[in-house]
Design a protein around this ligand. Sequence first.
Ligand SMILES: [Zn+2]
Length: 361
Amino acid sequence: MKISQHFRIEPTKEQESKLFHTLYLCRKFYNYSLEQRIKSYQETGKGLSYKKQQNMLPQYKEENLEYKAVQSQILQDVLRRLYGAYKKFFAKEAGYPHFKDKYHYYSITLPQCTAKRNFKKEGYVYIPYIGDLKMIVHRDFDPNTVKTINIKYHAGKWYANLSIEIPEGKTENITKYVGLDKGVKVIGATSDGKIFENPKWIQNAERRLKRLQRQLSKKKKGSKNREKQKKRLQKLHEKVANQRKDYLHKISYRLTEKYDAIFVEDLQVKNMTKNHKLAKSIANVGWGMLDTFLEYKSLKKGKLFKKINPAYTTQKCSRCGKIVEKDLSVRIHKCECGLEIDRDINAAINILHEGLRQLAV
Ligand SMILES: [Zn+2]
């Protein structure tokens, strides 16, 4: 299974200009190759295959000396992108491939990288002809598992997106299982009665975010102060997002260590069924991210991760099955049968039951 991890990189001024130049050359090559395909079709009634274009690459490099400074693999990837664009077009998933302007060509990909070559210097990623780029490694990764490196320019910043191969473990011996209900007020609750609160520091940061946002709306448009305030807000946004991410990593780590099988609600269905007014967009992002983390950590450790249909999980009594209507302000599930528990825990137990039922089928 492949996952991708994103890291900020901080090229020097010189490296940055080389990166921009490489982007320019790749784009030019993309447009040239597209033109070749069109020409070939017009002249012979036949298009050009990826293979044919790849075979033409050495000659192109010889005739266009500036391309000496771009690794051939990167150019092969350019051709692969073009091939992909045609494939989508033929599958009626996209329109005819476009010529690209600089706003639509902002990344390069090294399709075959090695730890020995591209990560030999710790804290850096090496790109041929550009050099060792400083990487902000906010999370551990094993360079040996990296398959491809994508260097991307976005909103004034550079990123390295690493595609990482994770071996799939075996799903067997399921003896410990858990249901997880993802919440709005709290991050989630488990069928074992554990509640993952929104940590205080996240709450505080969110309050600060709101305050900065309010201040921003009062600043004059186009003023220097407004720009300054915008930058501060962006910075804090990024910080909060990273903190939240780390926290979700911790939760997913703990759950996948402790249990053999984890059941959660299917997010897409959940979004449609739950009252959406209260579900802040922040919580939404968290839900999806937590699922992603749980899924790949489970795969890696040979655990089972399964999404189930969330119908009635909140309203149904997890002991007797009776439907107990309650709106979002009611935090306790209280049923005639005598069961009185936290609403999220009740939901988590229902999720577990449904998961086990599906597993047995
Ligand atoms: Zn009941």
